[in-house]
Design a protein around this ligand. Structure first.
Ligand SMILES: Nc1ncnc2c1ncn2[C@@H]1O[C@H](COP(=O)(O)OP(=O)(O)OP(=O)(O)O)[C@@H](O)[C@H]1O
Length: 335
């Protein structure tokens, strides 16, 4: 990771009385994959539009690839590829023709266009579909082709707005793996916005949780979970070969290990909540009692837990930023 390639300082956008983006400060370094995460109406698209110079900030600055996006939008557009949440193509044209057309619009010399477009189709894994009309493309294929559209001009930064919308789970996995590979191989900086926390958490170097126009927290998922859950207990689930008896005398002895706060037995699974990580002691304990341990699982906190922790305190505020006609549901953040 190198020097900052995106720097947002005090970035603010008001629509009348509504602060769609409120004093946003964010630095993204070259080669990073950053996930801008938040529910509908959080202000993600507005932030992206300001970064592309497509809407003017009410206050603050968006510097992208060294250019002020408000005063120098053309320079920014040359360096940045933007993929909106819904990409349109000319259905009567083949994938290669669509791509070549975008290449021409981006000023690629005619002599290079076909080769460059074909190369892109290979990179996105659609070499076999070059001559297929895009009307016959699945949503997942269209997203890949959309990615080729933004990559053909060889940008330094790509901004993807809700790139996984409407793709099936295996398509999402493949698409995100492709983005990760491109970023690592070509030092491409990626900013992606999403409300599908689960999907993007694996590929993002850092995420920012954005609610009601404000960035509530940013960092790696690991760092966020460490900061937020330092005071939480360790929870270890031990699966035994057979369920312990209903009245289980060993439970008292288990409590004597120290640091154990709570024990819950559900069928063959004993869940132990403790003040520090005593997993090895727990495993030894069960083995000494002559019980076969079939599995050990330590609870780890992910983005859902992080988001919900913030979300609990921000639901009321978020509702005031809802887009008209849309309902925010907590289940958006679930698998
Ligand atoms: N042109 C506009 N005029 C008035 N209000 C707007 C305009 N564009 C966006 N908003 C409002 O600004 C807030 C942020 O919207 P924005 O589209 O940036 O959110 P988002 O996080 O991208 O949501 P989504 O995931 O639904 O696209 C919302 O309350 C929205 O209704």
């Amino acid at each position: 990771m190198e020097k900052p390639i995106i720097e947002l300082r005090g970035l603010t956008k008001c629509y009348g009385a509504l602060k769609a983006v409120d004093d946003l400060n964010l630095t993204i370094r070259k080669g990073e994959i950053f996930g801008l995460l938040g529910p509908n109406g959080a202000g993600k698209t507005t932030t992206i539009l300001m970064m592309l110079g497509l809407t003017e900030p009410t206050a603050g600055t968006a510097m992208v690839c060294g250019y002020n996006a408000t005063t120098n939008p053309i320079a920014v557009k040359k360096k940045v590829g933007y993929m909106p949440d819904s990409v349109g193509f000319y259905d009567s044209m083949t994938a290669l023709e669509n791509l070549a057309y975008i290449g021409r619009l981006n000023g690629i010399p005619e002599s290079e266009i076909k080769d460059r477009a074909f190369e892109m189709m290979k990179i996105i894994g659609l070499a076999d579909a070059v001559d297929k009309k895009t009307s016959a493309f699945s949503r997942g294929m269209k997203q890949r082709l959309g990615l080729a559209d933004v990559l053909i001009k060889q940008p330094d930064v790509i901004i993807l707005d809700e790139p996984t919308l409407g793709i099936d789970p295996s398509g999402v996995k493949e698409f995100l793996a492709l983005i990760h590979q491109l970023s690592r191989q070509h030092g491409l900086t990626v900013l992606l916005s999403s409300h599908h926390l689960h999907q993007v958490q694996q590929v993002c170097d850092r995420v920012g949780i954005f609610v009601g126009g404000k960035m509530l927290v940013e960092g790696s998922v690991d760092k966020l979970s460490r900061n937020l859950f330092t005071n939480e207990n360790y929870v270890v689930s031990i699966t035994l070969r057979e369920a312990p008896p209903a009245r289980w005398e060993a439970e008292d002895a288990l409590r004597q290990l120290g640091n154990v706060q709570q024990i819950t037995v559900t069928d063959r699974v004993v869940e132990i909540s403790c003040l520090r990580d005593i997993t090895p002691d727990l495993v030894r304990f069960f083995v000494h009692k002559g019980l076969d341990v079939m599995g050990v699982h330590k609870k780890e906190y992910g983005l859902d837990d992080i988001y919900e922790k913030y979300f609990e305190n921000n639901l009321a505020e978020n509702n005031t930023h809802e887009k008209p006609g849309r309902t925010f549901q907590r289940s958006f953040f679930k698998k």
